[in-house]
Design a protein around this ligand. Structure first.
Ligand SMILES: Cc1cc2nc3c(=O)[nH]c(=O)nc-3n(C[C@H](O)[C@H](O)[C@H](O)COP(=O)(O)O)c2cc1C
Length: 208
């Protein structure tokens, strides 16, 4: 399997809370599978919101000189992007919202050329156990994938986690996070194999 570069962007102020512990399980599995991992902690980053001047559409780069510079460097390195966030008021936390707004630079072809991400994962936590609590977040995540031409490879929606240590009562979520980590690269590998098999079948057919 081809090793992937994975960028994990986290958006919880609880350093050792639910989403960050699910991220740990994901990362442990992904690095055991041979992938490289980098982190960007959006909840700690000194990063402004998008100024909306649209200069990035002309230049292909965001003009804001803050911790976003580091994030953009990592987005030019990563094959796979993981967004990890608790649900706040039914959506992403303000830190992840800021990250998504700053992805506006990738909405133009010039900017998109500076981003190597192809696949994404969502790791989300919420106090409410009702799966519908994730609807708004999923809608926004799906829109990001659609507009920026990312392929969503998996979502872990872990409801019913209120206190920072509630993940400990849900080993199934830890397992699901690890399963996603092990899965990184496998689907694209399978797609590539299927494609090359189809291609070789086609060329064999031509040569008959
Ligand atoms: C400001 C704030 C808003 C929240 N809004 C929601 C919400 O709309 N729905 C919900 O189910 N949980 C909500 N929660 C609970 C968190 O999603 C939940 O505690 C989650 O497990 C926190 O994840 P973390 O430990 O990774 O930070 C909110 C928590 C905070 C602090």
């Amino acid at each position: 399997m081809v090793a992937k570069n994975i960028l994990i962007i986290t958006g919880s102020p609880r350093a050792n809370g639910n989403s960050n512990n699910l991220v740990k399980a994901f990362a442990k599995a992904a690095s055991a599978a041979g992938h490289k991992i980098e982190y960007f902690d959006a909840a700690k980053a000194d990063m402004h919101g998008c100024h909306g001047d649209q200069n990035c559409f002309k230049t292909g780069h965001c003009g804001l000189k803050d911790d976003g510079v580091k994030m953009y460097e990592l987005m030019a390195w990563a094959d796979v992007l993981v967004l990890a966030s608790p649900v706040y008021w039914k959506g992403f936390t303000s830190w992840i919202k800021r990250v998504i707004d700053r992805f506006y630079v990738y909405a133009s072809p010039k900017g998109r050329a500076n981003c190597t991400v192809k696949e994404t994962y969502l790791i989300a936590t919420a106090g409410n156990p009702d799966p519908a609590v994730f609807d708004a977040m999923k809608q926004e995540f799906d829109l990001v994938n659609k507009l920026l031409d990312f392929r969503c490879a998996g979502k872990l929606l872990a409801g019913g986690l209120k206190g920072p240590e509630d993940y400990k009562d849900h080993p199934e979520y830890i397992q699901q996070a690890a399963d996603l980590g092990f899965k990184v690269g496998l689907e694209s590998e399978m797609a590539r194999t299927a494609f090359s098999t189809r291609k070789s079948l086609r060329s064999q057919w031509k040569s008959i």
